[in-house]
Write a protein that binds this ligand. Structure first.
Ligand code: PLP
Length: 384
């Protein structure tokens, strides 16, 4: 089968060929869009084609995108969801009432907010800990014996790096399932399952799609027979949080250039980080690619081919000055989200004022524009 041949090839080859997906009925070199919601049965009442019965369980575009992500992630299986948050929710719905979960501190605020609310409603004990601090993480694990552990690396917007192999060893010794939100890394820069994680999650809305025009989420698993995965499969298909065919088709198109885009974004982000680190109006730059960053050595071991397009920096002068700088930027669009081909800037303190975010912090999602243009824009906004 074409898919078996493709799975052993390099990510750039796999992605460019969408793991061998084409349109067998027309010979098209890209798959068609399959919009049917239901499928015919033959005279003996068997499904006419394969197992196809109903779109909530079977759609060719969803299957193609999932197969490509499974190959890129070196996973046992993958499932697409209609948003990153729907994928987060699918994982937490497997946790029994009354259990304990351990969640990394200061990760994407939307995840933290939803988990806090969910755990309160389901009487699940929530312990928040800084997972990039292994001593604190291990102590919390021993003390609370969690069922599920959730970490995000690199974290958004602090860019902290968690040691997936070390955290996974501790998690498994405690009998917990380890899930890594790897959105900022993408499967190109990091494969958490290879470091021992049980599940990996992405907001595919970000770099995986890469064009700021699809909302999607994905979970990939190391062991497709595991009880937690079987529960998630059943929940996704019966509760119905399934990605639509058109979004899956667009996502596959975006994924074809993922390695190329991530390489360019990482290169641009590195140059931008170096420029900001030398700028007198900038007090701190958070980017694991910088040799001075506390997560650099670990990121250099754990990530391959770059450090991604996400970075944060703190402007001297607090919120007012950071907002002035953001307001003067012309290429960096003032908008939330990350991972698109176009660069974005966000003042996170405006969005999450009570989470300890420095008032002067600006988060950048660095795109694939000419790096000289990006640096010139930052230079004029900061005032040289
Ligand atoms: N995880 C991370 C790290 C994110 O940055 C986001 C969104 O910004 C999400 C999860 C949620 O994804 P979505 O917006 O696709 O629901």
């Amino acid at each position: 089968m074409a898919e078996d041949y493709f799975k052993d090839l390099q990510p750039a080859t796999l992605a460019a060929h969408a793991a061998g997906a084409g349109d067998d009925t027309t010979g098209g070199v890209v798959p068609g869009v399959h919009m049917a919601t239901t499928f015919a049965r033959d005279a003996t009442y068997q499904p006419l084609v394969g197992e196809n019965t109903y779109v909530r369980y079977h759609n060719e575009n969803v299957r193609i995108a999932e197969a490509l992500i499974t190959a890129l992630e070196k996973a046992g299986d993958s499932l697409l969801f209609p948003s990153g948050m729907a994928a987060v929710a699918a994982v937490f719905r497997t946790v029994p009432n009354g259990a304990t979960v351990l969640v990394q501190q200061q990760i994407y605020w939307g995840t933290t907010q939803w988990i806090r609310d969910f755990c309160t409603r389901r009487e699940i004990t929530l312990v928040e800990v800084e997972a990039s601090d292994l001593t604190a993480f291990r102590a919390a694990c021993t003390r609370h014996k969690p069922t599920l552990i959730w970490v995000e690396t690199p974290s958004n917007p602090w860019l902290r790096i968690t040691d997936i192999a070390a955290v996974s060893e501790t998690a498994h010794a405690a009998g917990a399932t380890l899930v890594v939100d790897s959105t900022a890394a993408t499967p190109v820069l990091s494969q958490p399952l290879s470091h021992g994680a049980d599940l990996v999650m992405h907001s595919a809305t970000k770099a995986m799609n890469g064009h700021s025009d699809v909302l999607a989420g994905v979970l990939s698993v190391a062991d497709r027979e595991s009880a937690v995965w079987q529960a998630i499969v059943t929940d996704r298909n019966t509760a119905g949080a399934v990605l639509g065919p058109m979004e899956a088709w667009l996502l596959t198109r975006g994924l074809r250039t993922l390695p190329l885009r991530v390489r360019e974004m990482s290169r641009n982000a590195m140059a931008v980080a170096e420029f900001l680190a030398d700028h007198p109006k900038v007090s701190t730059v958070m980017y694991p690619g910088l040799a001075t960053d506390p997560g650099h050595d670990l990121a250099a071991r754990q990530m391959t081919g770059g450090f991604g397009g996400l970075l944060s920096f703190v402007v001297q002068g607090g919120a007012a000055e950071a907002l002035n700088v953001a307001g003067r930027l012309r290429l960096f669009l003032r908008a939330t989200s990350l991972g698109g081909v176009e660069s974005l800037v966000e003042h996170r303190h405006t969005i999450e004022p009570h989470t300890g975010i420095p008032e002067g912090l600006l988060r950048l999602s660095v795109g694939i524009e000419d790096v000289g243009d990006l640096i010139a824009d930052l230079g004029q906004a900061l005032g040289q």
